[in-house]
Structures are given as C-alpha cells and as structure tokens.
Design a protein around this ligand. Structure first.
Ligand SMILES: *[C@@H]1O[C@H](CO)[C@@H](O)[C@H](O)[C@H]1NC(C)=O
Ligand SMILES: *[C@@H]1O[C@H](CO)[C@@H](O)[C@H](O)[C@H]1NC(C)=O
Ligand SMILES: *[C@@H]1O[C@H](CO)[C@@H](O)[C@H](O)[C@H]1NC(C)=O
Length: 225
C-alpha cells in the first residue's frame, strides 16, 4: 500500500465518527467529584489590586489548585468593580465569590484613642516606617488579625461556609508545585494552622511583636514547638 492510500483512508476514518456518533467520546466526560476538604482560598483586595490579585490566582492555579479546584473568596471594603470580577473569574474555572466588608467592621473602632493613634502614626511616618501613617493598612491588619468583636474576617458570611482557608495576598509568587492537597492533609490530620512566609519582617512596623509572641509562648506551653 502506498502512502497516498493512507491519506485517503484517514478522512474516511474521521468521517465514520460523523456517521456513527456512538463511537465518539462524549463531549463531557463525567469524572467522579474529587475528594476535597471543606476549604477555600481567601484574599483581601482592592479594585486597584487587580493586576496583583490576578498574578496570585494565576500562580495558585498553576502551582496548586489546577487539579484540586478549591473555590476563592475575595473581600473588599468597597464593592468590587465588574471589570475586576470579570477578570478574576476568567482566570480560574473554580468558583469565585466576591464579598463586601461593612464599614463598622473595617474602620477604626470607637475605643481607639484617635489622638494618641494619630500621634503614633506621625511618629512612625517621620521615622520612615513602611505604611507608618496609613490608616487603611491598619484597617487591613485589624480585619485579618480578627481583633474586632463581634466579627472576625473568618466570620464573614462567605467564609462561614468553610472550615479551612488559605489566605492569599496580591502579588504572591509560588515557586514550586504543591503536588498534594494541603487542605485535605490538614483535615485528615487534625491540623488547625499552617504557616509559611519567605520575607523579612521590618521590626519598626511592630516593635512589640517579638516580646508579645514570646510572652504568649511562655503562657501557653502547648503552643511551643
Ligand atoms: C463546612 O464547614 C462549615 C463550617 O464549619 C459548615 O457550616 C458546612 O456545613 C461545612 N460544609 C460541608 C459540605 O461539610
Ligand atoms: C483526628 O481527630 C479525631 C477526633 O478527635 C480522631 O478520631 C482521629 O483519629 C484524629 N486523626 C488523626 C490522624 O490524628
Ligand atoms: C502572659 O501572662 C501574664 C501573666 O498572667 C500576662 O500579664 C501577660 O499579658 C500574658 N502575655 C500574653 C502575651 O498573653
């Protein structure tokens, strides 16, 4: 048989799928739902963070979530713009939910002495401390730290649906693949908290951190590694 006869046979072979559709693979292959933990990725972002938020989600999808399909929850203290939501939704096949943080849970609470706080901010700014005089940075930290009663960030209605979360930030890069399901690992091994960071803290932004953490470890021996 010459080569040209193969060329003739190929279209006939392909056409046969047209006439005998039962031999075609179904368009949607139904695979069993993956065994997943009750978990979500969570990010606090502003509309102006679109590029950075996208960069993070693209990384998370590529390195971790592509085969896992965990959802995302994004929160903002002002409503997300349509352009922001469309771009984020287009970057993943996973479910994405966008939520609003009510002002009373975001803004500085009444019990903070604003005169004292403003003076401290000025002092920090004068000393060249990063975010030294930024109020929104403090609101973000307070919300993420959950120091605000009655609502902590994990009590936001969109977050209450989950038991585990992975907090993301805009502009994060993940340099290697995570080829296991970290949420499932935590769920199945009764882990409550896991933490990784690869950056240096600037002690001048929070000089009391070290002594407070040491004090907490001192008071709670179960927390010591
Ligand atoms: C996930 O956890 C939340 C919070 O504990 C709970 O309300 C929800 O029912 C759980 N969902 C599933 C599918 O187990
Ligand atoms: C996790 O906790 C449950 C309930 O306390 C226990 O039955 C189970 O054996 C624990 N699993 C592991 C891996 O420690
Ligand atoms: C540790 O306990 C001491 C004594 O009760 C208390 O004064 C201090 O505030 C505690 N520190 C922390 C970080 O919990």
């Amino acid at each position: 048989m010459t080569l040209s006869r193969y060329y003739l046979l190929l279209p006939i072979f392909l056409l046969s799928f047209y006439f005998f559709p039962q031999y075609r693979r179904p368009a949607v292959v139904s695979v069993p739902l993956p065994h997943r933990a009750n978990a979500t990725f969570y990010m606090l972002a502003r509309n102006s963070d679109l590029e950075g938020a996208l960069a993070t989600i693209v990384q998370v999808e590529k390195r971790i979530n592509r085969n896992l399909g965990y959802p995302y929850v994004l929160l903002n203290d002002v409503p997300f713009e349509n352009q922001f939501m469309d771009a984020i939704r287009a970057s993943t096949t996973s479910k994405v939910e966008f939520g609003l943080i009510p002002p009373e849970q975001w803004n500085q609470p009444e019990w903070i002495d604003e005169i004292k706080a403003a003076a401290e901010r000025q002092k920090m700014a004068a000393a060249g401390v990063k975010y030294g005089d930024s109020i929104s940075y403090r609101n973000m930290c307070r919300f993420n730290a959950g120091s605000r009663s009655p609502q902590f960030f994990f009590q936001h209605p969109l977050m209450l649906k989950y038991r585990w979360y992975w907090r993301l930030e805009p502009n994060v890069k993940y340099h290697c693949n995570v080829d296991f399901d970290p949420f499932l690992f935590m769920q199945e091994n009764n882990k409550t908290y896991s933490f990784t960071i690869a950056t240096y803290e600037d002690p001048s932004t929070i000089p009391s951190l070290w002594s407070t953490v040491r004090g907490m470890f001192g008071n709670h021996s179960a927390l010591r590694l």
